[in-house]
Design a protein around this ligand. Structure first.
Ligand SMILES: NC(=O)c1ccc[n+]([C@@H]2O[C@H](COP(=O)([O-])OP(=O)(O)OC[C@H]3O[C@@H](n4cnc5c(N)ncnc54)[C@H](OP(=O)(O)O)[C@@H]3O)[C@@H](O)[C@H]2O)c1
Length: 307
């Protein structure tokens, strides 16, 4: 047990900082359920797929290419079905949406897990800063495209981060979504993670009146390859990881908890950390900002090439 885990203990849910994905799903029978998990080829996504399948679920596991997912899980099996979904390429995301629709599956959960962080220099896709485009717009296209596939009681689970607090002062800098008027690696990542949080809140509003839910979460700090652009900061994390950071098994716990735990069947529009309800920044709770982001995202997606 890490020092932090011992210090923080458990929260009202009965789980906490040190809980693992296996622990929060212990005793659950997910047979007959289907989940889609993005970014399944590494880190928290890989562990999330493993544990959902361990509990009996069928998982549509997405990665940049089918081959990459097969590299992580082997050839298609009943439990884990590899799908290509390159989030920075709308044609790939739309092809993934079409494939899932053709399969005719009802999704009990969509876990928007894939992400990139703190790119040292400005990179863009289709004219937009790459973290915003990959982490938010890619998932926006995917989830809005799959809403008809979301089962009664289906859950959308969006990976945000405590780093949403590092977003620009105005929250989402709608006048600089290209990054061309100024770029900070950390602020751009923070903006993309704030966008993930606001997307879950705005989606939850749209799902009101149905039995489907949308929530966002911070998984904790886990030294995965997400930190590969962080240079000396990553080395610092390597040193403290054994005593101060979460393991991957602990890092995947909150998303598995939010995606599957029976106690959350009617909980929507919330933000979680350490397998418990958490409080986001004021921007993260701003419904007007969430609505504006939704509208801007719709306009961005409508203007993208259709193939
Ligand atoms: N680790 C942390 O401390 C931490 C903290 C807060 C929030 N988070 C969030 O947790 C989520 C998972 O992070 P992680 O730590 O597991 O990171 P990771 O180990 O780097 O894994 C990220 C996954 O996303 C995939 N991905 C990246 N860009 C993609 C794209 N354009 N299209 C499709 N897939 C793409 C990666 O595929 P490739 O292998 O092909 O690149 C990989 O499978 C992220 O959303 C991250 O922001 C993590």
């Amino acid at each position: 047990m890490s020092i932090v885990s011992w210090f923080k203990g458990k929260g009202p849910s009965g789980f906490g900082y040190g809980s693992t994905a296996e622990e929060v799903s212990a005793g659950l029978d997910l047979s007959g359920r289907t989940f889609l998990v993005t970014g399944s080829t590494a880190g928290l996504g890989l562990e999330t797929v493993r544990v959902l399948a361990l509990r009996g679920a069928r998982v549509l596991a997405t990665g940049r290419t089918t081959e990459k997912v097969q590299g992580a899980f082997g050839e298609a099996r009943d439990a884990v079905i590899p799908l290509a979904c390159e989030l920075a390429e709308p044609a790939s995301v739309r092809a993934c949406v079409s494939r899932v629709r053709e399969m005719g599956v009802a999704l009990d959960g969509i876990v928007c897990n894939a992400g990139i962080m703190a790119l040292p220099r400005l990179e863009t896709a289709h004219g937009y800063e790459l973290q915003f485009f990959t982490n938010h717009i890619g998932h926006f296209i995917l989830v809005t495209g799959l809403l008809e596939q979301l089962a009664d009681r289906g859950r959308v689970v969006v990976l945000s981060s405590g780093a949403h607090a590092s977003a620009p002062t105005k929250g989402i800098d709608f006048d600089n979504l290209s990054g061309q008027s100024g770029y900070s690696a950390i602020a751009a990542y923070g903006q993309s993670k704030l966008a993930n949080l606001l997307f879950a809140r705005a989606l939850a509003r749209r799902l009101e009146g149905s039995r489907r839910t949308a929530n966002a979460l911070h998984p904790g700090v886990i030294r995965t390859k997400l930190f590969r652009h962080m240079g000396p900061a990553d080395l610092g994390l390597a040193l403290v990881a054994p005593i101060a950071l979460k393991t991957v098994a602990q890092g995947a716990a909150t998303q598995v908890y939010v995606a599957t735990h029976p106690s959350l069947a009617d909980v929507s529009g919330e933000y979680f950390a350490d397998c418990n309800l958490a409080r986001s920044t004021a921007h993260g709770r701003d419904p007007a900002l969430a609505e504006k982001l939704w509208e801007v995202s719709e306009r961005i997606v409508a203007a993208l090439p259709s193939s």
